[in-house]
Ligand binder design. Structure first.
Ligand SMILES: Nc1ncnc2c1ncn2[C@@H]1O[C@H](COP(=O)(O)OP(=O)(O)OP(=O)(O)O)[C@@H](O)[C@H]1O
Length: 336
């Protein structure tokens, strides 16, 4: 649905040339929710804006739904942008217009006759759960409600793609969840392809099928969200994953630990407890689970345990080898 090929964006500033995006290639499938994660200044916004040519790439190509956007005239591009909705962290609602008028304005701008606007606006407000707020002004709304209005506005002209620029970054965690739920509903019910840029890995974990990690204008790692969480390779990706799958143990607990300490990771439906209890019955070692949790990446479980093992070193080595064959990952954190 979206193909970005070798896109670079160089900004000319008084201080010299700044590389916003450097040689990025991505392919986003129809109907997927794709996350682009990175710290501030990584180039996420610039890349997203290159996708609808709000920012014209310095080099490279962008296709959306088979259309080469850089090959279009300005007028054709304005038309093509109707199939690309966009929402922002700052909502950008018109404060002097009501909720109804904010959404209706997008229809008016696209040339939809007045007679057809009312029903469409009410339908959109129903979809985002704000029908009763139609006559309110933005100032009367919470942040989450404002973002719902901007989503309704972005969907007004039936886009195929929705680009979300830090859409939940100004919202509290509860409101973020409800907006992500709404985006998922829009993706599933309307089949709209969604691209989300964020600095929060929790957002990626919650709803993205695939994701890319950006650093210094480049994509440094890309893949299915589950694979990225289960097997991050780049240090930055690992740091992002840690913000969600935190398994830091208190220093005091580590100091008191007299055995071999290990981190076990189980994928999908492997029953972690059963593997550990089988191991304990097969080897003369004792195992003490210090920390354990199962995170759901989308719908798929990923289990992580921190275990202390005590016993003879040779028995421990054998037990570790046994576990290594049965779990997705085992890392010995410290030996006794
Ligand atoms: N219009 C511009 N003129 C000059 N430099 C720019 C411009 N827009 C972005 N940049 C630079 O390009 C780089 C990438 O910025 P970008 O805003 O895309 O990053 P980001 O990952 O989206 O970060 P943030 O979340 O803080 O916006 C930064 O070094 C930024 O200073």
């Amino acid at each position: 649905m979206i193909t970005v090929e070798k896109v670079s964006k160089v900004f000319k500033t008084k201080a010299g040339l700044v590389n916003g995006v450097e040689n990025v290639s991505l392919s986003i499938n129809k109907g997927e929710i794709y996350g682009i994660v990175g710290y501030s200044g990584a180039g996420k916004s610039t890349l997203l804006r290159c996708m609808n040519i709000l920012e014209r790439p310095t080099t490279g190509k962008v296709w959306i739904d088979g259309v080469d956007l850089l090959g279009l005239s300005s007028k054709e591009l304005r038309g093509a942008r109707q199939s690309i909705g966009m929402i922002f962290q700052g909502f950008y609602l018109v404060s002097s217009k009501t909720v109804f008028e904010n959404v209706a304005f997008a229809l008016k701008a696209a040339g939809v006759p007045k007679s057809k606007r009312k029903n469409r606006v009410l339908e959109l407000l129903e979809l985002v759960g704000l029908r009763e707020k139609a006559n309110d002004y933005p100032v009367q709304l919470s942040g989450g409600q404002k973002q719902r209005v901007s989503i309704a506005r972005a969907l007004a002209n039936n886009p195929k793609v929705l680009l979300c620029d830090e859409a939940t970054s100004a919202l509290d965690p509860g409101t973020t969840k409800s907006i992500l739920k709404l985006l998922k509903k829009i993706n599933q019910e309307l089949g709209i392809t969604i691209v989300i840029i964020t600095h929060e890995m929790e957002v990626v974990k919650e709803i993205c099928n695939r994701c890319a990690v950006m650093q210094d204008g480049r994509v440094i790692e890309e893949g299915s969200t589950y694979e990225i969480f289960a097997n991050p390779t780049e240090p930055l990706t690992k740091a992002f994953i840690q913000t969600v799958l935190s398994f830091e143990l208190p220093a005091k607990l580590l100091d008191n630990c007299t055995g071999t300490l290990m981190r076990l990771q189980f994928r999908g439906d492997i029953a972690g407890e059963a593997v550990v209890s089988d191991m304990l019955q097969s080897f003369p070692v004792r195992g003490n689970i210090l920390h354990g949790k199962v995170e759901y990446i989308g719908e798929t479980p990923l289990g992580i345990f921190i275990m202390e093992m005590t016993g003879e070193r040779t028995a421990i080595d054998k037990a570790v080898a046994y576990l290594k064959e049965r779990v997705n990952q085992l890392e010995v954190i410290q030996h006794a």
